[in-house]
Design a protein around this ligand. Structure first.
Ligand SMILES: Cc1cc2nc3c(=O)[nH]c(=O)nc-3n(C[C@H](O)[C@H](O)[C@H](O)COP(=O)(O)OP(=O)(O)OC[C@H]3O[C@@H](n4cnc5c(N)ncnc54)[C@H](O)[C@@H]3O)c2cc1C
Length: 492
């Protein structure tokens, strides 16, 4: 089997490595024989992440992007040496967590060295007094959470991908978990970090709760998607495991009523750990057996923490829902959500039928939320070939929300699956930008959104590119992501 004979989707910019054997020997010198692979099966395994279109390609025998080497370093000194070597030889390096990213962030579109972080899996310290955990970043999310739970804590960061993602990936994409409304997003949780820079220097941001010490440079590496440095260690906030949980659900006549109720809860400075609004299409899909929710908008809440506070939060949450035409549906819908919250089988059942399927999350102020919701639903619905478009809202702030769209369809005649996929993405993002929203809430930029970054950031994009040039003059660290227009965009 010669992998290069397969169609490689992202091949235009591939950098040919002249003496691969020599490079392999140098990598072995750094990490040892068992920690370097050029086996075809490994190269294939690291040719994609979980971006859904890559599943359609896999079924058709197409490869997203092909790396030249996979390495498994065991300590920061090895990562530093790998980066020094790659920088000298001008070879791309792609940090790899668990490959659950959904925007192409870990796809090796230029080839090069995949640095798999899985051996960085240690929990180094739990500090009960400070409520912190210091952890290596390759750790699997579920392993971290199980360990913390057994010790009487929670990280509060429970993404749907908990079983299949790593701390490093969360930091790289500014991830958000299902309990984010109470505990915050990953950037609210990280207090300190260790980062290996593209030219091999190692920097350490000590854990600080806050400081008035100039611009907070550490934030630059949260959301950098592996383009500015490889994060090797982080100190996170943790919380005592909640004493009590209250499960609440209400059905609302229309989405605007559910927005009003949840916005009013946020205004009271009440933060249920989980709030999820399902529009009427998703309510039909997920809560078909709840009679009171038929043709309505289901909202589930989980309030958790100190027993007395939870009781108060429950009372106020219920009041706000009932004041906004909410019908109490009891605990059962929330129990159902708990049972099914990690289940994503529907997404992988589509590609075998040549259905293009994906999910996109965006951010909005309260003022624009209903406008964005309707504008995206209407504009995507008007695309030829669309079969479904729906949304849920799962991250709440006193000032706005994160909205998560799910779409699927079949390419119209004359269009490839990829062209149709790009059209769906661009139509959604255009709808969001025109209605005043922000293009990504927690999945990141990767390849899929990079051509929208100018419109999102305006002139600040020049500054971001300059920072990238300063830290990574040879553009070796995860090239082709965030700052580059690999997708040309389907608007023209
Ligand atoms: C079924 C499913 C459900 C999901 N649910 C959620 C959710 O609820 N919330 C959410 O936020 N996301 C969710 N995601 C998206 C995905 O899990 C996140 O983006 C996650 O943060 C990626 O982590 P990973 O370890 O798999 O990273 P990877 O996919 O391996 O890599 C992602 C990016 O991080 C970089 N990277 C990885 N490790 C490091 C490191 N140590 N240092 C620097 N850069 C690094 C990579 O280069 C790449 O750019 C979901 C994905 C799937 C498939």
């Amino acid at each position: 089997m010669n992998l290069e004979n397969f169609e490689i989707i992202y091949k235009e910019n591939r950098i040919e490595i002249k003496n691969k054997q020599k490079m392999k020997e140098k990598l072995i010198e750094i990490v040892g024989d068992g920690n370097v692979s050029i086996d075809k099966i490994d190269l294939l395994a690291y040719s994609r992440d979980s971006t859904l279109i890559t599943l359609n390609w896999t079924i058709q025998g197409k490869i997203a992007g092909l790396p030249d080497f996979v390495v498994w370093p065991e300590n920061k000194a090895q990562i530093s040496e790998i980066l020094r070597l790659a920088n000298n030889e001008k070879i791309p390096v792609i940090p790899y967590g668990e490959g659950s990213g959904v925007v192409g962030g870990a796809i090796p579109i230029y080839g090069g060295i995949i640095v798999d972080m899985k051996k960085f899996n240690k929990i180094l310290e739990i500090n009960d007094k400070d409520l912190t955990a210091t952890v290596e970043t390759g750790i699997n999310g579920m392993n971290l959470e199980r360990y913390l739970n057994a010790k009487g804590y929670t990280s509060g960061h429970i993404p749907q991908s908990l079983y299949i993602s790593s701390l490093g990936g969360w930091i790289a994409h500014r991830a958000a978990g299902q309990f984010s409304t109470k505990y915050g997003k990953i950037e609210d949780m990280v207090l300190g970090m260790e980062v290996v820079l593209p030219q091999g220097n190692i920097i350490d941001f000590k854990p600080i709760i806050r400081a008035s010490t100039g611009p907070q440079l550490n934030k630059l590496f949260i959301g950098a998607e592996g383009t500015l440095g490889i994060v090797t260690k982080a100190t996170l906030k943790i919380w005592p495991f909640p004493e009590k949980r209250a499960l609440i659900s209400y059905a609302f006549p229309i989405i605007e009523d559910s927005f009003n109720a949840t916005r009013e809860i946020m205004r009271e400075h009440i933060f249920p750990a989980v709030i999820r609004i399902y529009d009427q299409f998703e309510t039909e899909r997920h809560f078909v057996d709840i009679e009171q929710a038929k043709d309505k908008v289901m909202v589930v809440f989980v309030c958790e923490g100190n027993k007395k506070l939870v009781e108060l939060e429950e009372t106020i949450t219920k009041e706000k829902c009932e004041n906004n035409k909410g019908i109490n549906c009891g605990e059962h819908p929330v129990e159902h959500w708990f049972e099914t919250r990690f289940r994503v089988t529907e997404t992988s059942t589509m590609p075998p039928y040549k259905i293009v399927f994906d999910t996109l999350e965006i951010a909005s102020s309260w003022d624009n939320a209903a406008k964005i919701y309707h504008s995206v639903i209407d504009s995507v619905n008007s695309l030829k070939g669309i079969l479904i478009i729906s949304a849920h809202v799962s991250h709440f702030y006193p000032n706005g929300v994160g909205i998560y769209f799910t779409l699927g369809g079949v390419p119209p005649k004359g269009k490839t699956e990829f062209e149709f996929y790009q059209k769906c993405w661009d139509t959604t993002i255009r709808g969001v930008l025109d209605a005043g929203g922000s293009i990504a809430h927690h999945h990141g930029i990767g390849i899929n959104r990079s051509h929208w970054m100018e419109e999102e950031w305006g002139k600040s994009m020049d500054i971001m590119r300059n920072i990238k040039r300063l830290l990574d003059p040879n553009n070796i660290l995860n090239p082709g992501k965030v700052y580059t227009h690999i997708w040309k965009g389907s608007e023209s």
